[in-house]
Design a protein around this ligand. Structure first.
Ligand code: ZN
Length: 379
């Protein structure tokens, strides 16, 4: 009951709410209002009727007459008044179900008063149901990713165009099998309705490594997966390996792999050596550290999920300095699906059945990475 010991002096001082505004941009409708002192609050979205309730402690509304008729975006009208037990409540009526993308009390700063900021995103009834659990708006900081927005997965099928990548004795080309797998993975991910999938290439096209990274960043990808296959002199070696980015290769195999995969840009005359150095200097920061540890977390989940459907190499998680994994703010992994120099792996890479099993396992890994509880519920 410690919470009951509120400081009476502060509680007695009337908090004032004024300057309410509603703005709409990029699919987000934002309700904001100044408050004369920081307050705790809670926000709930309802589907029937479609509305958002903001519960506040007792305060004084200092709003012009007709304030509730000033609307924009998904808010069709709003009202305010006394709520339960002398508390205050603002109700935002919305045209369709919405979810709360962010609800924050921005502290006073630079002479500006504290203000309440509620960011709403239109959703479907199904989307509403799926995100309901997330709608416990409180005085938590704004989430960097709107809860309503689908997670963005960037798939990067390696090579393409003038760069065929690795080839088997019989002429199976890496650029073709990795694109086929990326297509299968895209289908599996989209079937869940949980993800927006973007692909760095959809046809047989050459794309520079830096452009692949930039593409993922431009699309604000939540996860970047580069897809490759390899060849080795040792025809008996087979299996899948996941790579994460590191300035220091985990071993000689990983180092050699990174050098091979990074070579793509030399085909178009790019001075990769210089570029990597510049990129490396800029990118050594906290964001990258975080992205790397997230990538490692995903790699571990992925290995667990794919183990039943594919062979794994003796060391299925390795790290090295891959150019395509350099995005500082996007957790990135590179999957070497298998070896075209191995007959069994080649057959596997050419098999639509294997592709769909592998795509399902990767999807489970992605579900598990983003929402451990979700993947448990789906099992
Ligand atoms: Zn490759």
């Amino acid at each position: 009951m410690l919470a009951m010991l509120a400081l009476p002096a502060i509680a007695a001082r009337a908090v004032e709410l004024k300057n309410a505004t509603i703005t709409e941009a990029g699919g987000h409708t934002v309700f904001e209002a100044d408050v004369s002192a920081p307050v705790s609050f809670s926000v709930t979205a309802q589907e029937k009727p479609s509305q958002v309730e903001i519960d506040l402690p007792r305060l004084t509304f200092n709003l012009p007459r007709g304030a509730g008729r000033e609307v924009a975006g998904s808010i069709s009208s709003w009202r305010y008044g006394a709520g339960d037990k002398g508390k205050a409540r603002i109700v935002l009526s919305t045209k369709t179900p919405v979810v709360i993308s962010a609800s924050t009390l921005v502290p006073p700063a630079n002479g500006k008063p504290a203000h309440l900021k509620i960011d709403l995103v239109v959703t479907t009834r199904q989307g509403f149901a799926e995100t309901k659990a997330l709608e416990t708006g409180s005085i938590t900081p704004a989430s960097p990713k709107p809860a309503a927005a689908k997670l963005v997965i960037a798939l990067d099928p390696g090579h393409g165009g003038v760069d065929p990548g690795a080839s088997s004795n019989t002429g199976t080309r890496e650029k073709d099998v990795v694109l086929a797998f990326a297509d299968a993975l895209r289908t599996a991910l989209e079937a869940t309705s949980r993800y927006t999938v973007v692909m760095t290439r959809q046809g047989d096209k050459f794309i520079k490594l830096e452009d692949r990274v930039q593409y993922a960043r431009d699309h604000k990808a939540d996860l970047f997966i580069a897809i490759h296959a390899d060849t080795l002199d040792e025809a008996e070696v087979r299996g899948t390996t996941l790579y994460t980015e590191s300035d220091k290769a985990s071993d000689a195999v990983a180092e050699a792999m990174a050098q091979k995969e990074n070579r793509a840009d030399i085909l178009t005359g790019m001075d990769l050596g210089k570029q990597s150095e510049d990129v490396a200097n800029v990118l050594i920061n906290l964001a990258q550290k975080e992205s790397r540890s997230q990538a490692m977390l995903f790699a571990k989940k992925a290995v667990n999920e794919i183990r039943p459907v594919t062979e794994l190499t003796s060391k299925p998680i390795r790290s090295a300095a891959f150019v395509v994994l350099k995005a500082p703010d996007v957790p990135s992994v590179l999957v070497e699906l298998g070896y075209l120099s191995n007959k069994a792996d080649e057959a596997m890479l050419l098999s639509p059945q294997w592709r769909s099993k592998m795509a399902a396992a990767m999807t489970a890994a992605i579900d598990g990475y983003f929402s451990p509880s979700l993947s448990a519920a789906l099992k």
